[in-house]
Design a protein around this ligand. Structure first.
Ligand SMILES: Cc1cc2nc3c(=O)[nH]c(=O)nc-3n(C[C@H](O)[C@H](O)[C@H](O)COP(=O)(O)OP(=O)(O)OC[C@H]3O[C@@H](n4cnc5c(N)ncnc54)[C@H](O)[C@@H]3O)c2cc1C
Length: 389
């Protein structure tokens, strides 16, 4: 967690505060207001897609929602994401998640969010021994790469999506606070969040903390936190893109086997690639500088893989490189539910790198559960206690 003096310095330095490098997204700000300690109907902890989407859907249901973000909005996974919108969860389509991409599109269209949505599909790719149909002209790990199938999804500019969603939420009445780290979630019948300046009482608390869930809620089934690395090429010429089998409007892609690799077009001529994990507890990841040995080696490995994909990429230079936190659930089933001992506290996260469309859907599902008293889907135990029972 950043201290207040670090926060002040960081604010002066711009949007990307953590030392994890700068993603290529246009910096966007969220309409944040100074902190006060007045009570609220729903206190949301964490200002990524999950928290902001919950605030948007709650405010649209007429509930007073306040989002408390430790740093600046988007500086967790959401603003550092590759922006590939995927259907379902990392575990597959779990009940309720059949239409996450459609839900995302519905929100973008309803609020006219200018986030460059390209939702014509994604390529699932895999390594293969032999050349055959649907083979891309790439080599990775000594093997060819084939498009296994096209699936629902596409891409958005994640930072523009987050900021657009937050602006829509603010118009509907939600309130956003930056540099407001929650130190404790008080899980009583009337829950509250404890900040440096004091406590805010609420009817409900939503913990939308992704990789930072365990430090505040140790009773929640633990997820492994890690930094994953990504890089964006310099603009590539039209012949280079053609040689790669890519071009403006190409589908994003991700391997369905190992070694894992994902990527997408950035604008008309750049390509983003991502892969690699550096594991660590959230408190340790906060201190990581992308120039430190382990992330630097992960980044070099990724760039080496990209340069080896095709002779046309052999000398490619990179315009951006960055890392961001992922929260990997043991069985890839995301965390979602009410704490058994404190049902007014709702937890969502642990999307295992598959969270752009899912987290927006999660925010809507949580808002519905609070506003209408509906059940949340039960995908597995939320807490360790529950698992032991
Ligand atoms: C490099 C990278 C690329 C990715 N690419 C894709 C992709 O292409 N497609 C896809 O589907 N998924 C992708 N993901 C995953 C996706 O970005 C995440 O699943 C999603 O953004 C999670 O959103 P969230 O709101 O749950 O978490 P986050 O965006 O991480 O938000 C959690 C927030 O909580 C804040 N916080 C932490 N502690 C506190 C506290 N004590 N008090 C208040 N606030 C606190 C953090 O600062 C953070 O802003 C990627 C992730 C990374 C890192």
């Amino acid at each position: 967690m950043l201290t207040s003096s670090e926060s002040h310095r960081a604010t002066e330095e711009g949007l990307w505060q953590r030392r994890w490098g700068k993603p290529p997204w246009r910096p966007e700000t969220v309409p944040a207001v100074p902190l006060d300690l007045s009570r609220t109907e729903v206190a949301i902890v964490g200002g990524g897609f999950t928290g902001v989407s919950a605030a948007y859907h709650l405010a649209r249901s007429g509930l007073r929602a306040r989002v408390f973000e430790a740093g600046v909005f988007g500086d967790g996974a959401s603003g550092r994401s590759g922006g590939i919108a995927l259907q379902g969860t990392a575990r597959g389509i779990l009940p309720g998640t059949e239409h996450c991409v459609e839900k995302l599109k519905e929100v973008i269209d309803a609020e006219q969010i200018d986030c460059d949505p390209q939702l014509a599909g994604c390529w699932e790719i895999e390594h293969v021994q032999e050349r055959g149909t649907s083979v891309l002209p790439w080599h990775d790990d000594g093997l060819a790469i084939r498009v296994k199938r096209s699936v629902d999804g596409g891409t958005v500019d994640p930072m523009a999506l987050l900021a657009g969603l937050a602006r829509a939420a603010a118009r509907a009445g939600a309130t956003f606070h930056e540099w407001a780290p929650v130190r404790k979630i008080l899980c009583g019948a009337k829950p509250a969040v404890e900040l440096d300046a004091g406590s805010v009482q609420a009817e409900y608390v939503v913990a939308a903390l992704n990789a930072w869930t365990s430090p505040l809620l140790p009773e929640v089934r633990s997820v492994s936190s890690a930094l994953t690395t990504a890089c964006a090429t310099q603009p590539l010429s039209a012949p280079t893109l053609a040689a790669l089998g890519l071009g403006p409007g190409s589908c994003p892609f991700y391997t369905v086997d190992l070694p894992y690799l994902w990527g997408r077009m950035l604008g008309k001529s750049q390509v983003i690639f991502g892969a690699g994990l550096v594991f660590g507890a959230p408190s340790a990841l906060e201190k990581v500088d992308i120039a430190d040995e382990e992330p630097r080696r992960a980044m070099e490995r990724l760039k080496g893989r990209v340069r080896g994909l095709h002779p046309a990429l052999e000398r490619v230079e990179f315009a951006a490189q960055w890392a961001g936190p992922v929260a990997i659930a043991e069985d890839f089933a995301p965390l979602l539910g009410r704490l058994p001992a404190a049902p007014s506290v709702i937890v969502a996260g642990g999307y295992s790198g598959h969270g752009v469309a899912l987290s927006v859907w999660m925010g809507a599902a949580i808002a519905k559960a609070i506003a209408q008293g509906t059940e949340l889907p039960a995908w597995g135990a939320l807490t360790n206690e529950h698992r032991r029972a």
